[in-house]
Write a protein that binds this ligand. Structure first.
Ligand code: HEM
Length: 166
């Protein structure tokens, strides 16, 4: 019996399989480390808007000439904060079901307080009272720290940038 043609076929089959695997491997998109990072939640994105505004305000609140610009940033933060207030932090899902409702209520109350402080800052600036607006800014940083301690999951936290002052 001649086994040669069968071996030839087997070899062809193996080569085809190797080639096929290589093509699939090459066609599969590679992801960078950043892309593989957990997708950002909607709340995370809104919080980033608040963060951008707060970073601008840290400087603009110092000058009365910048009050129109500050008022623009305050409006943007207020809008993002109102949207965030209705959302549920991802940490809620990690808690036992019976603790989740009170967690969400506590979160919402803290966010409502944040909105209230933003409105105070707005009123201060409309009165051209920049010193008062800067006091409110400090209060907001305390509310932020406390809010993150209580309501944020560790894996939501971005690593702090070296030039970042809290
Ligand atoms: C001026 C005030 C605030 C700023 C600038 C701010 C900023 C941010 C930023 C930049 C993130 C993204 C993660 C990170 O970079 O660490 C974040 C996430 C988050 N923040 Fe805030 N935040 C503020 C206030 C608050 C308050 C008062 C609360 C709670 C009542 C809160 C709850 C959260 C939660 C729960 C997340 C994670 C998102 C998720 O669970 O899906 N934040 N915040």
């Amino acid at each position: 019996m001649n086994l040669l043609p069968e071996r030839k076929n087997m070899r062809r089959l193996v080569s085809a399989l190797i080639a096929g695997t290589a093509v699939i491997w090459l066609a599969t998109p590679r992801h960078s480390a950043a892309e593989e990072k957990k997708a950002k939640t909607e709340l995370h994105k809104q919080m980033e808007q608040i963060d951008t505004g707060m970073k601008k305000l840290r400087r603009t609140l110092r000058k009365k000439e910048s009050n129109p610009e500050s008022l623009e940033w305050i409006s943007k933060i207020e809008q993002a904060a109102i949207i965030s207030k209705q959302m549920t932090p991802s940490r809620a899902a990690t808690l036992p079901a019976d603790q989740q409702p009170q967690f969400v209520v506590a979160y919402r109350k803290r966010m409502a307080q944040l909105v209230g402080e933003m409105l105070k800052m707005e009123t201060a600036l409309l009165d051209d009272d920049n010193a008062k607006a800067q006091d409110v800014f400090k209060e907001l940083k305390t509310i932020e720290e406390d809010g993150h301690d209580k309501f944020m999951q560790d894996d939501e936290k971005d690593s702090p940038k070296p030039d970042e002052k809290k």
